[in-house]
Design a binder for this molecule. Structure first.
Ligand code: RIB
Ligand code: CA
Length: 324
């Protein structure tokens, strides 16, 4: 039986990134090797502080938190305060974080972590792909040594920041193009999948019924997140995008995928940041990604609740190690 699957979570907390961190930490099927932060939902300073806040609340003490790129490869930074608030994690109060910031730059830590464990490490980006692209540029050898990239980003139907583009890709299309063209095993968990993961009132009640401090904090955050999605997107319940990528790593059978060729548009006047997805080979290019299509919604939320019940529980409560 294989042990927990080692991952690096590259994120821009961000409400759904916060849930992704708790899911990863609360699941015995994955080993969280590092958390790296990137500018996206908010500035790098804020996403990094938020990652430390979430780790403090969750009692994550042994995972380095390293700050990455403060701006996209070529474009000015676009943030999402209208969804995540001025802090990037509005809706709950946090004490001063006790989890320190690593003195290692994120890109350096990413490269070293992968190179030290060839074939073992899965990268799980849930923000703009700037750090990942910079890591490939710094050490192209990581492409053949990474086990897989499972990213939250993109869409094969329609975007959220423009009709064509999803936020993580739209913020840094040049970085996304590097990641999709690298040639490594890649799974795209896009909006088509994540909009099946809606934090409905019934889900919020299940989360809050877990009764731990981390779960109560997550409940408050998701209520803020839900208000923002109702106001800004007209959605009754908010889609929790980022945990879907982590769920694919933990229990792949929860997320159905289809092979496709995906190209990132970096030039389009109306389509910049679009993940052009070819399921039928009409572009004459072989598949470079597995694209997530269908979520086992009940199984996904059961996974979330099971993980939350372990976060903040005594070590004995973490249960047996499941295989990934
Ligand atoms: O489009 C949704 C994605 O953009 C999520 O990762 C959210 O956290 C934001 O980063
Ligand atoms: Ca994110």
């Amino acid at each position: 039986m294989s042990g927990p699957r080692p991952i690096v979570l590259d994120c821009d907390p961000g409400h759904d990134d916060a849930l992704a961190i708790l899911l990863a930490h609360g699941s015995p099927a994955v080993e969280l090797l590092a958390i790296t932060t990137v500018a996206g939902n908010q500035t790098l300073e804020k996403t990094t502080l938020n990652a430390r806040r979430v780790c403090t609340v969750a009692g994550i003490r042994d995972v380095p938190v390293a700050a990455g790129c403060a701006r996209p490869l070529r474009r000015p930074l676009t943030t999402a305060a209208q969804i995540h608030g001025a802090s990037g994690l509005d809706g709950a109060d946090f004490d001063e974080p006790t989890v320190p910031l690593s003195d290692r730059p994120a890109v350096e830590l990413l490269v070293e972590t992968v190179m030290d464990r060839p074939g073992e490490v899965t990268l799980v980006p849930t923000g703009p792909l700037t750090n990942i692209a910079m890591a490939v540029r710094r050490e192209p050898g990581i492409v053949s040594r990474v086990r897989e990239v499972v990213l939250m980003g993109g869409a094969f139907t329609r975007g959220n920041v423009t009709p064509a583009a999803e936020f993580n890709i739209a913020v840094d299309p040049e970085a996304a193009a590097v990641v999709f063209e690298a040639g490594w095993p890649l799974t795209m968990v896009g909006l088509d999948l994540t909009h099946q993961a809606l934090a409905t009132p019934a889900v919020l009640e299940r989360i809050e019924a877990v009764g731990t401090a981390p779960a109560r904090t997550m409940g408050r955050l998701l209520r803020f997140f839900g208000d923002a999605y109702r106001r800004e997107a007209g959605l009754a319940s908010p889609p929790v995008h980022d945990p879907c990528a982590v769920a694919r790593v933990i229990r792949p059978e929860l997320v159905e995928v289809v092979d496709a060729f995906v190209a990132v548009e970096t030039e389009g006047r109306w389509t910049s940041g679009m993940t052009v997805t070819d399921f039928r080979g009409t572009l004459g290019r072989p598949p470079n990604a597995q694209v997530a299509t269908r979520l086992d919604v009940a199984g996904f939320w059961d996974l979330i609740i099971e993980a939350l019940a372990r976060v903040g529980a005594p070590p004995a409560g973490r249960g047996p190690v499941a295989t990934a």
